[in-house]
Design a protein around this ligand. Structure first.
Ligand code: SF4
Length: 224
């Protein structure tokens, strides 16, 4: 199997493609494959040249941390839950998420997700429960990995400077429903940084590894 990786040594240097050959089992995830390729001190590309280990991020390897989010054969996905046996092509093409600055190879800087939440005070603080808690939806939304896959697939999200995307809308719902004191402030921020620009393609829901019902979150916030 041919593996093609878009590499970049530092944020300042130009990206370049490098290819590798893999002849092992297809019963392995992309994360497992990257581990295998990186296993020896000297890895070689498909030209037989020694090269550096491929940079990529991971923590849990079980779809919990979201760190291994990348573009796999042109589809944004987690490397740990994408298996070679399920690929439609005989070639594996890996590139970093395109909506975030690249740090190194497949590692990107997703701090804009947290910066945008912080800038609008989207954190729970004190929990003030209401009589009509929507526990199912709140629990679903709280599973967000902050992986950024919903932003990668979104046709409206570009650089996160004005429109903040589904990850922001879901946290707006969660925090405003758990802390009524913040609801007014959050509804304003939601209108400015989400509702005004969302075209409701809902591709974010198809791609979300946590299966978050973003449509339900935005329907409830829009009503308010
Ligand atoms: S909403 Fe889903 S796709 Fe978006 S950051 Fe959270 S877990 Fe990832």
């Amino acid at each position: 199997m041919k593996i093609k990786v878009l590499r970049q040594k530092t944020p300042e240097t130009e990206p370049y493609w490098e290819c590798f050959t893999y002849n092992g089992t297809r019963e392995i995830s992309v994360a497992g494959l990257l581990d295998q390729l990186n296993f020896s001190d000297d890895i070689v590309n498909d030209l037989g040249q020694k090269t550096d280990r491929i940079g990529w991020d991971c923590s849990c390897l079980q779809s919990i941390c979201g760190a291994c989010a990348m573009v796999i054969n042109e589809t944004p996905a987690l490397a740990c839950e994408t298996f070679l046996r399920d690929l439609k092509s005989d070639e594996l093409v890996l590139r970093p998420l395109r909506k975030f600055p690249v740090i190194h190879d497949l590692i990107v800087d997703r701090s804009s997700i947290h910066d945008n939440l912080k800038s609008s005070n989207i954190f729970i603080g004190e929990y003030h429960p209401t009589d009509n808690e929507e526990h199912d939806l709140q629990y679903s939304v709280a599973k967000c990995l902050k992986c950024g896959l919903c932003l990668e697939i979104c046709p409206n999200y570009t650089n996160g400077r004005s429109f903040y995307g589904a990850v922001y809308a879901n946290d707006c719902y969660l925090v405003s429903s758990r802390n009524q004191d913040k609801a007014g402030e959050i509804h304003c921020a939601y209108g400015e940084h989400f509702a005004r620009s969302c075209s409701k393609s809902l591709s974010c829901m198809d791609i979300c590894p946590a299966h978050i019902k973003t449509l339900s979150s935005i329907a409830k916030l829009n009503r308010k």
